[in-house]
Structure formats: C-alpha cells, structure tokens
Design a protein around this ligand. Sequence first.
Ligand code: URA
Length: 231
Amino acid sequence: MQPQRYAQYLEALGIELFVPRAGSARAATQAATATADSDEAAWTLLENEVRGCTLCALSQSRTQTVFGVGNRRTELLLVGEAPGADEDAQGEPFVGRAGQLLNAILRGMRWPRPTVYIANILKCRPPGNRDPSPEESACCTPYLHRQIDLIKPLMILAVGRVAAQNLLATETPISKLRGVVHHYGTRETPLIATYHPSYLLRSPGEKRRVWDDMKFLKAELEKRRAAAATG
Ligand code: URA
C-alpha cells in the first residue's frame, strides 16, 4: 500500500500514525546513555560514601560495610535488617543461615538471587546481633533511600519486623503488617512485609505464612508489571 493511502486508511480507522522526527531515535539513545552514566556515577559515589561512613559508633566495631548486592535494574528489592557475623565477614547481605533459607524461598518463587537486589536497613553489624537503635537507623536509612531512588523497583519486600517498621515508620507488629500492600516514599512504591528467615529458623511452622506472602507478592508484582507494560 502507498504510504499516503496507508495514512488515510489509518486515519479512517481513527489510529494516529507515529512519525519519528529525524534524529529522535539518536536523541533517545543519547538521553538513555546519559541517564545510565549518571546512575553509574551516583552508585559509585554512594558506595564510596557508605564504605567510609563514620556517622555512628557501629563504624568502630564493623569489619566492613555491607552495601547491598544484586540486580540494580530489578523489579523487586528485598530489604532486611542488618548484617550479622557472616555478612560482616563477607561484605554481602544474607549469606549466613538466614540467607540460605532466603535463597531457597527465592528459588521456590523462580526469582533466583541474582535477579533481585538485596539490601538492609543498616550497613554495619550491630554487636551481638542486637536490634538497630533508632539513632543507628536514622544515620543509615538515607543510604538505603538513595539506593531505592536509583533502583526504582516495581515492588519492595520488607523482610522482617525491623525492615517493615523502619520503611513504613510505624510500630505496628509485623503480624498486622503482612497481607496488605503498603506504600513507601514519595514514589509510593508498593511494599509487602513478611517474616524474617531467622524467625522461620526458630519457628519453622510459620513457613506456610511466608509462602502465602510470597504468592501474594508475586500476584501483586505481576499485576503491576502488566499495568506498566500497557503504560
Ligand atoms: N539478617 C538480615 O536482616 N540481613 C542480613 O544481611 C543478614 C541477616
């Protein structure tokens, strides 16, 4: 069909013809490259800031900071509490016994660990694995907020009470935060909370509830993915 006739045909059907302006593809590529470059620079700056952080006393007792790991372009961000002894030694979140269980849960959901991003409320280990103090959380969460701004995940999974209560700025018990879609931050990123794998190691009978939370998360994520795809 001749281009002009094709345009008339589309017009008759009420379909707008998209005519790319000369150079628009190149401009879009340049804009995407500039965004990728500035994101890369922002990640490097943030990683260096965290590595050198001395904002709270945990900087004195840590072996190293535990920044976060995984796919920076993921749809799903997992946020835990704080590094334990294994994480402090290896510099990566969730690598101890709780991490092994978390990996198994992720595998069960067909989300292998490298496909998601994993971070914690605190970047340094609290001695004796005590809960983060409000001051430590206040010092450290701006780093996490910057990570979330860079990743722009479709959804966040808060892993355990400390993560859920910090991200949602609430003291509501985790048992009451589960099963509902909350929203985090100015972008109102949907957030779901579940029990911490350390809790499951102590109370294996609760695994069923975590499985329910994961299925709920998957369904919500798929809904949002479909909505994002149709624009
Ligand atoms: N528990 C957490 O919440 N985070 C870790 O990185 C390890 C254990």
